[in-house]
Design a protein around this ligand. Structure first.
Ligand SMILES: NC(=O)c1ccc[n+]([C@@H]2O[C@H](COP(=O)([O-])OP(=O)(O)OC[C@H]3O[C@@H](n4cnc5c(N)ncnc54)[C@H](O)[C@@H]3O)[C@@H](O)[C@H]2O)c1
Length: 382
């Protein structure tokens, strides 16, 4: 059963922080802190947004936190239009996109209009794509409300929708003009959503920061019970890592690929189970375990490093099992993945926590045999 988080827990919080994603004239600020929603209007006005925005959201998020955001926007801009899409991955589709376009035309949005993407990764991806395409591109601001969206999807400009042929196959790069990450809203997240986002935080530590891994090991219970300072710390540090990587490789030519640690096998696991059994972050966690085990087998990652990360993953949540996934289905999903370069299997490996290596030309039969073993043994490979 999904537990709701105690909204009143851990009220004390440290000051708000601001990071910048440095992309020349497309640079943008990320504001991070608890209770930012009531300041959204004044902060955005200070950033130069001088007309009323159109908010894209879903009913779940809007019911929980929409009044705070709208009250603060209305105080500065007057009446605000809100466009709702359905809640869930299945609504990141062409129909919802058309609904957003219709809403924008109805609100007489023009090329100077701007959107606020208020929700998790689903809302962020589709609202960002609507912004990328409406009248050849308008500005948007991300106000992410899940941990996954705050530490990952709201920054970097990857926007898009799903089509029957696959996930995220229609999309674009369109950077937001600003991001406001109010860590206070994470307290209403169901426990499983919090855990799914935490796996992306672990990924950030695994690829770039042993300090982050150490922090997670020490403060996991505070994070899982939504203690304010712990939440702010992990959001800030994950965003620092992501913003640094995106600034150096906006369009994923090379460096940005390290953010895909765990995602190659993770996406295949999601696809092989028809996107039903696992949350995205949970599949990524399994993907990280698969990559670690393989790297261990190649003699690249010492066993104690792999075991350290696997133990941390294990402490977060009891993830859905891999039981029943057929190797053939996993393999088909893997070789269909758009991240494969001209049929080459490419994996991001972590030879040592905080350090990455991109391994090209993985030997197919060897990797397939390893996956068979991994599907059978799961976490017992460590
Ligand atoms: N663009 C990128 O770089 C990128 C990166 C990673 C993932 N993604 C995409 O992100 C999506 C997954 O995002 P997600 O995990 O945030 O899922 P989601 O957007 O579906 O949100 C998960 C659930 O939490 C609810 N919710 C959101 N905020 C809440 C809050 N504060 N309190 C209570 N409930 C809340 C939502 O209504 C939803 O039911 C996928 O579509 C994935 O492809 C994009």
């Amino acid at each position: 059963m999904i537990r709701a988080r105690n909204l009143n827990r851990g009220r004390r919080a440290s000051a708000h922080k601001t990071l910048t994603v440095s992309l020349g004239k497309f640079s943008y600020p990320i504001h991070i802190g608890e209770n930012l929603l009531p300041q959204a209007g004044s902060r955005l006005a200070r950033l130069g947004f001088d007309t009323a925005p159109i908010v894209i959201t879903n009913p779940t998020v809007f019911k929980l936190h929409g009044w705070k955001l709208c009250k603060s926007l209305q105080a500065v801009y007057g009446p605000i239009s809100v466009i709702h899409i359905g809640d869930g991955e299945r609504y990141k589709d062409q129909r919802s996109l058309n609904k957003i376009y219709d809403g924008l035309f109805h609100a007489r949005a023009d090329r100077k209009s701007w959107l606020v993407a208020f929700g998790g990764g689903v809302v962020g991806d589709i609202a960002g794509f609507a912004a990328a395409t409406y009248m050849r591109g308008i500005r948007y601001v991300g106000v992410p409300t899940t941990l996954l969206a705050q530490v990952d999807s709201s920054v970097g400009g990857k926007v898009g929708i799903n089509v029957p042929q696959g996930k995220n196959l229609i999309g674009s790069f369109h950077q937001p003009s600003a991001v406001l990450a109010d860590t206070g809203v994470l307290k209403s997240l169901p426990a499983r959503e919090l855990a799914a986002g935490l796996f992306e935080v672990i990924k950030c530590g695994a690829i770039r920061s042993t300090a982050m891994i150490g922090y997670l090991e020490k403060h996991l219970s505070q994070i899982l019970s939504c203690q304010s300072e712990a939440l702010q710390h992990i959001v800030l540090e994950s965003l620092r890592i992501k913003a640094g990587i995106v600034a150096r490789d906006e369009k994923e030519k090379h460096l940005r690929m390290v953010l895909n640690f765990g995602h190659t096998v993770g996406h295949a696991i999601e696809a092989a189970t028809h996107f039903k059994r696992f949350k995205h972050g949970e599949a990524v966690a399994w993907g990280m375990l698969a990559a670690l085990g393989y790297s261990m087998e190649l003699g690249l990652t010492p066993r104690e490093e792999a075991v350290r990360l696997a133990s941390l993953i294990d402490r977060v949540e009891k993830m859905p099992s891999l039981k029943g996934i057929e190797l053939s289905e996993l393999w088909d999903a893997l070789i269909r993945d758009k991240k494969f370069r001209a049929g080459d299997i490419q994996l991001v490996l972590v030879p040592k926590l905080g350090v990455t290596r991109i391994r090209d030309c993985i030997r197919r039969q060897h990797f397939k045999a390893y996956l068979k073993h991994f599907l059978r043994r799961g976490k017992r490979i460590f």
